[in-house]
Write a protein that binds this ligand. Structure first.
Ligand SMILES: Nc1nc2c(c(CN[C@H]3C=C[C@H](O)[C@@H]3O)cn2[C@@H]2O[C@H](COP(=O)(O)O)[C@@H](O)[C@H]2O)c(=O)[nH]1
Length: 306
């Protein structure tokens, strides 16, 4: 995770379109002086959980598909989480590794109880096949085996996931430098930690090493809070709903500066306010604020990573 932190900081200090505003961070930290907002994992009550290995399989499939909902204005993350939950409750073998390798686009829609084509449906199908194939080949078909082999280290889990499953390799090149963001691999570790309440499959001695998850909601919240500032051209693109290319300077800056800003926020909370908080906790709070604000304008990028 050091690579995620270091490369995000590098982007932030070379950015042309996004600025991290330290006084904005201090203001937010100050407002948390008396109480730090704590959001329960699954506050929505939409995820599958049975306290066992099937929950791990569910979370891995969920995070393999946890990206790009916005092209369909009616589709949200909640549909994915709740749809997969219902599918699993209906048929406990729905996420067996051999089954994962056979889903077609229309079957995936049915699984999510969605009648229209899903955004990036072909990619979703390819990625769910990849998960089934590699789980079968290297982990006896079980995501729980993958988690068991990480020695209770979230950093090791992220390394394993990105090593074995190419679809999770969320890194890019910015101004000649390799930048690591690892949104879906990190959120998988965080979802385990949240769902299992830091125990069993969710026990990680280094959960503090995980950064925020660079998606399209949290950057927009950080901008609203005055933590991120955009150049006028970028602000206009977001306001007009203009698509921003995956891998463009703007897109990488939005994501990397969000990671850097949340790390800074955590540092300020610790040093100036004396409160210790995890980036995962800050992320869930910021994300829950964002999804409860329907007027929030976020950047639009077609991407399999978030
Ligand atoms: N940074 C961050 N991004 C997150 C999540 C989650 C869900 N986490 C669950 C875990 C426990 C909680 O109770 C949550 O339910 C989804 N996303 C991202 O949001 C976007 C979807 O937005 P919309 O189109 O409006 O549904 C999309 O990029 C998706 O990947 C998070 O926690 N943090």
């Amino acid at each position: 995770m050091e690579e995620v932190r270091a490369s995000s900081e590098w982007v932030s200090s070379h950015a042309s379109h996004v600025t991290v505003n330290l006084s904005g961070i201090e203001k937010v930290a100050e407002s948390m002086k008396n109480s730090i907002p704590k959001v329960e994992w699954d506050y929505e009550g939409i995820h599958y959980f049975d306290n066992g290995p099937l929950s791990v399989q569910y979370l891995f499939v969920l995070d393999a598909l946890n990206f790009c909902f916005w092209p369909d204005k009616d589709l949200t993350y909640d549909h994915l989480a709740a749809g997969l939950k219902a599918a699993l409750q209906d048929d406990k073998s729905a996420f067996d590794a051999d089954r994962l390798q056979t889903y077609t686009g229309p079957e995936l829609r049915k699984l999510l109880n969605w009648t229209k084509p899903l955004p990036l449906e072909d990619e979703r199908v390819r990625l769910i096949h990849e998960v089934g194939f590699e789980l079968e080949r290297s982990f006896e078909g079980k995501a729980s085996k993958l988690v068991e082999s990480c020695g209770k280290s979230a950093a090791k889990l992220v390394a394993l996931v990105t090593q074995f499953f190419p679809g999770f390799r969320d890194h890019t090149v910015y101004k000649g430098h390799q930048v690591f963001l690892y949104k879906r691999a990190q959120i998988f570790a965080a979802d385990l930690w949240g769902a299992f309440k830091g125990e069993s499959y969710g026990e990680f001695h280094d959960i503090g090493s995980i950064t925020m998850f660079a998606d399209y909601i949290v950057p927009a919240v950080l901008q609203q809070l005055g933590v991120l500032r955009y150049s006028s051209s970028l602000a206009n693109m977001i306001e007009d709903g203009t698509e921003i290319c995956s891998g463009s300077e703007e897109e990488i800056e939005l994501r990397a500066c969000s990671i850097y800003a949340v790390e800074k926020m955590r540092e300020v909370l610790h040093k100036k306010i004396g409160k210790q908080v995890l980036s995962v906790e800050l992320d869930l709070w910021l994300w829950s604020v964002g999804v409860q604000c329907p007027s929030l304008q976020h950047h639009r990028t077609l991407s399999i990573y978030y």
